[in-house]
Design a protein around this ligand. Structure first.
Ligand SMILES: Cc1ncc(COP(=O)(O)O)c(C=O)c1O
Length: 450
């Protein structure tokens, strides 16, 4: 925390002594200097920041891992075929997540590609997918030359709306790909019962949902296969990396084979030439060692994120125009890769969301606007107009896809979402107060933003 004449918190102790006020239910713990004009003026308009200090940095490095990593590098045993670390990580991650099996991969993208291949998503098939997600979720469907069909988002939960799925099923649909975005669990019972009724596979994109729980069970093993990412920004990070979880031994054997150039695994019978269809998506030993060193922290970190998120939920919902996410039916624990809420500009004197975000950033609170309306982006139009897609799908089907590509819930969410990155949630309760107070300050001064 920077010092001025008095630290901000000392100043509060002095100036708010005897002032036991709350604003819309939020205690004036740091925004308590009510007669300090510099602090009352929005930072974007030249006033003082509510939060002049720093935030927890991400990722962290565990020095105790250094000896093992150096020894492994010096040994020259860098790939998984020459050492035990990747298999050791797989065993530990499966145990942590309560799944029978885990397969480590080079990334979340290659985990998804492996799962799609093993579950038989083929050229000309259709996959129903959440539109509110990172681009990789539907890019992998395009990589299979299959058609991503978006089912609308429930803006309250930020998740695919199970009620919008059945209308999107055609005779080409083979799978549903729900995304536990920001670590918020999808209503998996509804998804699984739709899948069962229509004989579809379920691939969970749990790339942002390590240890999130649905009905007390960790997500990623509540569908047919579940995929995770360990990219640098993630709660469990190794620069790049990914994993697939599953409880079906045959499917997991096939995932192992697919990610290892098609070499048969487990109970798979050797075929002529000894190879099945496959790619090289093998994780390296160094990635596994880093991941194992990070695993010791993730449960404790997630507890801190959860406690801070619940604190924000309670306080932010008291501010008009700030609507925190709602958990989906059956979600018992979220893990907050982002902490999301909706900003209702009408309550803020019609100040555009982008200006609200800039004002909050200026107060020292980093935040962003979440995902865009990707169902309308150029990449999709380009793919659907390509030579290959013209061969695979009739003109009528592509026309119908465009006509049905209307997602009012998702559009609304893309216009309203505001998100805090996960490491912000590793801050102290006083840091969370700063977030609440900065938003309260903007609300109070909303007329000065127009
Ligand atoms: C929801 C989602 N799906 C898939 C991916 C792809 O994972 P990776 O970046 O490890 O390939 C990510 C990564 O950010 C993600 O957030």
């Amino acid at each position: 925390m920077k010092t001025r004449k008095l630290t901000r918190r000392q100043a509060i102790a002095v100036t708010s002594a005897g002032f036991a006020g709350t604003f819309l239910g939020v205690p004036f713990r740091s925004f308590g200097i009510r007669n300090d004009q510099q602090l009352k003026t929005l930072a974007i308009n030249g006033g003082d920041k509510v939060h002049p200090g720093s935030w927890p940095q991400w990722p962290y490095w565990d020095q105790t891992a250094e000896k093992g990593i150096l020894e492994m590098f010096r040994s020259g045993r860098w790939w998984r075929g020459s050492g035990e670390y990747v298999a050791e990580f797989e065993k530990k991650y499966a145990e942590l997540m309560g799944a029978k099996r885990c397969l480590a991969t080079t990334s979340g993208t290659t985990a998804l590609l492996t799962a799609l291949n093993v579950l038989g998503v083929d050229a000309g098939d259709e996959v129903i997918v959440s539109p509110y997600t990172f681009i990789a979720t539907y890019n992998v469907i395009f990589a299979q030359k299959a058609l991503p069909v978006f089912a609308d988002t429930d803006p309250e939960t930020f998740l695919i709306d199970p009620k919008k799925i059945e209308a999107k099923i055609t005779d080409r649909t083979v799978a549903i790909l729900p995304v536990h975005i920001y670590g918020l669990p999808v209503d998996m019972d509804s998804i699984n019962s739709i899948a069962k009724a229509h004989n579809l596979k379920v691939i969970e994109d749990a790339c942002q949902a390590w240890l999130a729980e649905y009905r007390g069970k960790r997500v990623g093993s509540t569908g047919d296969l579940g995929c995770f990412s360990f990219q640098n920004s993630k709660h469990l990070a190794s620069g790049e990396g990914g994993a697939i979880l599953g409880n079906n031994e045959d499917l997991m054997d096939r995932c192992q084979a697919y990610h290892n150039c098609g070499r048969p695994f487990g109970k798979m019978k050797p075929v002529s030439g000894n190879q099945y269809n496959g790619m090289n998506y093998r994780m390296q030993q160094s990635q596994a060692l880093i991941l194992m060193s990070q695993m010791s922290r993730i449960e404790k970190d997630n507890d801190i994120r959860l406690s801070n998120a619940l604190y924000l939920d309670k306080n932010l919902k008291e501010i008009p125009g700030i609507v925190p996410y709602k958990l989906a039916d059956g979600a018992t624990r979220a893990v907050y890769h982002m902490y999301p809420f909706r900003y209702i500009r009408e309550e803020f004197n019609n100040v555009p969301r982008e200006k609200f975000i800039r004002a909050l950033n200026a107060e020292g609170i980093p935040c962003g606007g979440g995902y865009g309306k990707q169902n309308n982006e150029g990449l999709i139009g380009e793919q659907l107009a390509s030579k290959g897609y013209k061969r695979l799908f009739s003109e009528t089907r592509i026309k119908q896809w465009h006509e049905e590509n209307k997602l009012p819930g998702n559009d609304q969410l893309c216009d309203q979402a505001v998100t805090f990155y996960q490491s912000i949630l590793l801050g102290s309760k006083a840091d969370m107060d700063d977030i609440v107070n900065a938003i309260s300050k903007i609300y109070q001064n909303r007329s000065s933003l127009v």
